[in-house]
Design a protein around this ligand. Structure first.
Ligand code: PEP
Ligand code: MG
Length: 581
């Protein structure tokens, strides 16, 4: 049994055998074979070794002809490993002694090699990890041949283990029987994490080298609540987690019973709890979680279908579906937040060196005006189906906001000329996501209809921490005193200017920060729909003077650790027991 700590993105417990995905998405269907099949598995292995070596030799010859023998030498090491008698013996022994399938045994042995290279301090030797991964992939591909299966056709429930998943791969999980997800890479607010959260599968990410530690078929426990992954648990641990799984299910049912209750503090202040959505179909389900409306619709996920830019008609249909799904509750549609880790990088021949600081969000839209105008037309056309608020992402200056608004007015004039109906009074707001915008908050507040603080990006840019990079994830925290102060100032400025201010970063759905945010004066939250019941429960247990005291105290600390510890204690006093998120 092995227990590894990671970063939790979606709570809950999943227990199932692992399927390990690599970039080619192969998966190993069987861990064990019947005793009578051992010989045929050994033959399979022998054939796969032969054909892998032959394939490599062919590639070596072709490369030598093109670039010379030195370049082709890279294949020699791969061929050497596949010819290595001790490697072959180790795999054969697993097949004979443990009746493992050839694919499982080969993968197991190669992963042990990867781990050995990982522990080497010599960076040149550490580079070999990638080579061993390549060898594993090739060998398993030859062993499995036609029996490779894809994710869409899983015959039983599995825990998906991978190095990383792109946003589009993550979106595909929704139709599969993957009950939990574990990844080597990622930070808690990466877009893969956000999607996993909205899919609601217990997930732990940023687990460093987990994909090399796990072999397909290993039994896995994903404890998304306590941020741990357990590989091949012993009987006692398994029994404990089976009962935890049931307790968690009961808790979810209990939280669902809060649906009809209002998010109102003990002393009568009504708080708005909105939902963040990525797909139009989710708007309807947000009502099941008791959402007041949609505080953030991330429209860029329309690009995930992989068919390029969605047409005006397709977009209009999607936005109208979200509005109809929301059933008359307001929907805040954010214009495309493309770039950074979403969509555009894969499409570029030359990727940006620094995509988080690159051509993303409103910058991308303003440089692709036809695309931007098409989207604005679609949103306006859909506005006849229900109350819409329009929001521009990553605004850093007044000029940028004015330019975006000018494009909106162009789109409005065109529609008017064409006699197409739309809502002329649609509120137009911005995401407050950068230190520059925060410092310009007063000036921006005079011109915008509303603001929504995107703490995922705000923290990234304030603290200079890549939100998707697991190597720096421990620096990414809303508890940093600078973040508390920026939130205090933005919320206060908006109040003074009479502008609606909401918060739609992941922080809004974390119970640890609910008291603080209420105490700072926030009255409008937007979060993953599943987080709403827990936050509502907290809202209903406090008074405004009480949370104001908490916020005042939190602002006196000098370090993030003090802030976190204090907020944890304050939250536990209000809600004893273990918060589920
Ligand atoms: C944010 O940055 O906090 C936000 C809500 O937007 P996104 O996560 O889509 O960047
Ligand atoms: Mg953002």
């Amino acid at each position: 049994m092995e227990i590894i700590q990671g970063i939790s993105v979606a709570p809950g417990i999943a227990i199932a055998p692992a399927v390990v995905l690599d970039a080619e998405e192969y998966r190993i269907p069987h861990r064990h074979v019947a005793p009578g099949q051992v010989e045929s598995e050994l033959n399979r292995l022998a054939r796969a070794l032969e054909s892998s070596i032959a394939e490599l030799q062919e590639q070596r010859t072709a490369l030598a002809a093109q670039l010379g023998h030195d370049a082709a030498d890279v294949f020699n090491w791969h061929i050497g490993v596949l010819r290595d008698a001790s490697v072959r013996r180790s795999v054969e022994q697993l097949i004979r002694a443990k009746q493992h399938s050839a694919a499982y045994a080969a993968s197991f042995v190669m992963r042990s090699h990867q781990r050995r290279f990982m522990q080497m301090s010599d960076p040149l030797l550490a580079e070999r990890i990638r080579d061993v991964r390549d060898i594993e992939r090739r060998l398993v591909r030859h062993i499995l041949g036609e029996s490779r299966e894809d994710l869409a056709h899983l015959s039983r429930e599995v825990v998906l283990v991978a190095h990383d998943l792109s946003a589009s791969q993550t979106a595909q999980i929704s139709g599969t029987r993957a009950v939990g997800v574990v990844l080597d890479a990622g930070g808690s607010t990466s877009h893969t994490a956000i999607l996993l959260r909205s899919l609601g599968r217990p997930s732990v990410i940023g687990v460093k080298d987990v994909s090399t530690r796990v072999s397909g078929g290993d039994l896995m426990i994903v404890d998304g609540t306590h941020q741990i992954v357990i590989i091949n648990p012993d009987e006692a641990t398994l029994a404990h987690y089976r009962s935890e799984e049931q307790a968690y299910d009961r808790l979810i049912v209990e939280l669902q019973s809060l649906r009809e209750l209002e998010p109102i503090t003990k002393d009568g202040t009504r708080i708005r709890l909105n939902a963040n959505i990525e797909f139009p179909g989710e708007a309807k389900t947000t009502r099941e979680y008791g959402a007041d409306g949609v505080g953030l619709y991330r429209t860029e996920f329309l690009f995930l279908r992989g068919e390029g830019e969605p047409t005006e008609q397709e977009q209009c249909r999607a936005y109208a579906a979200a509005l109809k799904g929301a059933g008359g509750r307001p929907v805040t549609i954010r214009t495309f937040d493309l770039g950074a880790d979403k969509y555009t990088q894969e499409k570029h021949y030359e990727q940006e060196r620094n995509p988080m600081l690159g051509l993303r969000s409103i910058r991308y839209s303003l440089q692709n005006l036809d695309m931007f105008k098409t989207q604005l037309r679609a949103i306006l056309r859909a506005s006849v189906h229900g109350p819409v608020r329009l929001m521009f992402p990553l605004i850093i200056s007044l000029m940028e906001f004015r330019q975006a608004k000018m494009t909106l007015h162009d789109a409005m004039e065109d529609l008017e000329d064409e006699g197409v109906p739309f809502d002329r009074d649609i509120p137009v707001g911005i995401m407050m996501e950068t230190p520059a915008a925060a410092l310009l908050c007063k000036e921006l507040a005079r011109e915008v209809g509303f603001m929504s603080v995107g703490t995922n990006d705000m923290i990234q840019y304030m603290l200079a921490v890549d939100r998707g990079n697991e190597r720096v994830s421990r620096f990414f925290t809303p508890s940093h005193p600078a973040i508390l102060r920026v939130l205090r100032d933005v919320i206060r400025t908006c109040q003074r200017q009479g502008v609606d201010c909401s918060l739609c970063g992941e922080m809004a759905g974390e119970p640890l920060y609910t008291l603080l945010l209420l105490g700072l004066g926030l009255r409008d939250f937007s979060m993953a729909p599943r987080n709403i019941p827990e936050i509502k429960k907290l809202v209903r247990l406090v008074t405004i003077p009480q949370v104001e005291r908490v916020a005042r105290k939190a602002l006196t600390f000098e370090t993030e650790r003090q802030v976190t510890n204090y907020l944890r204690d304050a939250t536990k006093k209000v809600l004893p027991g273990d918060p589920i998120y």
